[in-house]
Structure formats: C-alpha cells, structure tokens
Design a protein around this ligand. Structure first.
Ligand code: FE2
Length: 369
C-alpha cells in the first residue's frame, strides 16, 4: 500500500555558524538575502543568536551559540559552519513524528507545542544523517518561531539576485548509508526513488561516487544522497567526509528564473564559482539541442547546460562557502527538465578535482592519512 507523504514542503534550513551576525552579512551582500527576524540576547533569548534570512520562498536561519557549553558550539568545533537542521512544513507534527519513530528513526526533539499571544507553533525533530536534524514544523500563526521578533536594524543596500526557492538539498553520507536513508524516506514518508547513479555512470579518472535521489510525490522536495565509491584517489565525497568529520549537507541548489541575471549579480558581489573550460561550449548545441539563452553569455559566465526527456536545465556551482571544503551552492534554472545535470557530471567533477588538487586533497588513496 502506498504511504501518503505527510510533508507539505521544505520550511527552512538552519546553519550553525561561528558568528551569525557576520554570516548574515555574507548571505545578504553576496546572495541577496534579506534579514526578516532575529532572536538573541536583545530579545531575551540567552542560548543562541539567530537571524532569519529570506529571499523568495527560501528561508535560511543562521545561529551562533552564546555560551561555551551548548550544542551549537560543540557542533561547530566538529564540523565547522554548515547546515545543522533541515526543516519540513507538515500539517500534523505528532502524527509525522510517531510514524518516523515506528520506522526506526532516532528521537531528537519530542513533539512540542508553544502557544503564546505572539503565535502558535508545533515542532519535533529526529536525527538525520550525521549530526543533521530533520525537523518538522507546524506554524499556525505568528512570526517564524518562538522568541523571534521582526528584524529592525537598518541594513545596508542589498541587491536582489533572483533566487526564489530551494530546488534540492544534497547529503553526503558514509559508505553503505545511502540505501539506508533512501529506504527510510521511501518507507516512512512515501517518497519515490527518482534517479540512481552508480560508480559506472559517475566516474572520472580519479574519483567516483554513487548517488540516489528521493523526492516527495509532488516533486517539491528533492533530496539526493551521495556516498563514496572506491576510486584511484580520494573522491570529492571522501574529502567532504574528512573535513566535515562525517556526513552532512554537501550542497544546496537554489532556483532562479534567469540564471544569467542571477550569476552576473552573484559574481559582481564576489561569489566564487567553479570554472568551466571554454572547450565545454564547442559542441554544446549538438549535445543539448536548441536553447533560449545565448551560448556566448553562458560561456562567459561558465554556466552548464543539460537536457533530459522533459526539457533542459542550466546550472553552475560555487566554490565551498567555508574554509573547509564542505558546503557549496548550486544555482539552477529549469526549463522542463526534472533531472540534475547528469550530462555535466564529468565536466563538473573534473572541475571539482582541479580544486581538490589545489587544496592538496587528491592524493592516491593509499597515501591518505
Ligand atoms: Fe545539485
């Protein structure tokens, strides 16, 4: 019998960062997010300072610990800045939580109700891959979450960049864990297996990975999960797992309706992207057919193109946004295509490996510590 998916959509991603005030400035100035709400000492909350940033339907929360003994600080020491919580909007927190526990989930936050004059919230969480929490949120009225107040500080001028929703969130897990998580999403939440790539499909000279994509039945929530496959040298997934000290969110794909505009804005604001060799564009039209965008502009910006049976997509990847080679972003514009740019994997992974080599992390496997 087919399970009905109880998730309505992605609600927000929460990042634990060393300095939320400065990280908020980075996402405002480089990616065009607007600060909407705040919770911290000034609002009577003494555990953490959190900024809610918004752009289109995208909601990011940036949180820093305020004490030296709290969870956030411990997580930061282990993983560096990165995504700590993937939050889904649901219509019945209690029911989702019970279902997940019946399917073997590990409890993190039991169903909690907070009703005040400021709002009504229900939430619960389970442990996801690595130290990432999967949180489930029901917001009946009121601002984002308990304790948050509208952000009132003056902000320096910001330029919108056209990003409007989260397209997919990718997790890197340890060897052997991919199928466990894929089956969990399918069995507990009624997700579907959308795509599957093994180390025969995704292979460069040096590294290989395996990837499966699960999505909810409406296609709104897409969660690819990668695990390393044995390669001749340390794969990009191994590098991530080493520097993140375990599994976690590898990249977040943000959707735009005009990737040329978005990428121009991001580059002007200082966002660093992976470079695409000009030879990639030589026979582009022969490979992907007619597209609307001028190829010379795509080549100038390094934007990749791929086509599947339903249409085409344009995509580009940033450099890691942390000192550790862990989290990065993808900017994506879909024209009917529902895939993830498989035709670009080889060119993309070669670009990633050039960067890995610059970091001294593309040693033969036997020589890695
Ligand atoms: Fe992606």
């Amino acid at each position: 019998m087919k399970t009905i998916c109880p998730l309505v959509g992605l609600d927000h991603l929460e990042f634990y960062v060393g300095n939320a005030k400065q990280a908020a400035y980075f996402y405002e100035q480089q990616f065009g997010f607007a600060p909407i709400a705040f919770r911290g000492l000034e609002t009577g909350y003494r555990k953490a300072a959190s900024y809610l940033l918004q752009q289109g339907h995208i909601q990011f929360v940036l949180s820093s610990g305020l004490g030296d003994d709290n969870t956030i600080s411990e997580m930061l020491a282990r993983h560096g800045d990165g995504v700590a919580v993937i939050a889904f909007t649901v219509t019945d927190v209690r029911q989702v939580y019970q279902t997940l526990l019946q399917h073997g989930a590990t409890a993190a936050i039991p169903p909690t109700s907070i009703d005040t004059e400021a709002g009504q919230w229900r939430f619960a969480a389970i442990h996801g891959y690595g130290d990432v929490l999967f949180k489930f949120v029901e917001r009946r009225h009121g601002i984002f979450a308990p304790g948050f107040v509208p952000y009132s500080e003056t902000i320096p001028s910001r330029r919108e960049t056209g990003l409007f929703e989260i397209d997919h969130v990718v997790g890197n897990v340890e060897l052997g864990a991919m199928d466990r998580w894929v089956n969990f999403f399918i069995q507990a939440l009624g997700f579907e297996l959308l795509a599957h790539f093994d180390d025969k499909t995704i292979v460069t000279e040096y590294s290989a990975l395996m990837s499966k994509v699960v999505q909810d039945p409406t296609g709104k929530i897409k969660l690819p999960i990668n695990e390393p496959a044995p390669g001749q040298r340390q794969s990009q997934i191994d590098e991530y797992l080493q520097f993140n000290n375990g599994p976690g969110v590898q990249h977040i794909a943000l959707a735009t309706r005009d990737i040329i505009h978005t990428v121009r804005r991001l580059k002007a604001a200082g966002v660093a992207f992976l470079k695409t060799p000009l030879t990639y564009y030589d026979s582009l039209e022969a490979r992907v057919g007619k597209i609307k965008e001028p190829i010379d502009e795509l080549a100038e910006l390094g934007i990749l193109v791929d086509r599947d049976a339903r249409g085409y997509l344009l995509q580009i990847f940033t450099q890691p946004v942390e000192d550790r080679p862990t989290l990065f972003f993808e900017i994506i514009e879909r024209h009917g295509a529902t895939s993830f740019g498989e035709g670009n994997f080889k060119a993309l992974f070669e670009a990633i490996e050039r960067e890995q080599a610059r970091r001294g992390n593309l040693e033969p496997v036997g020589r890695m510590a």
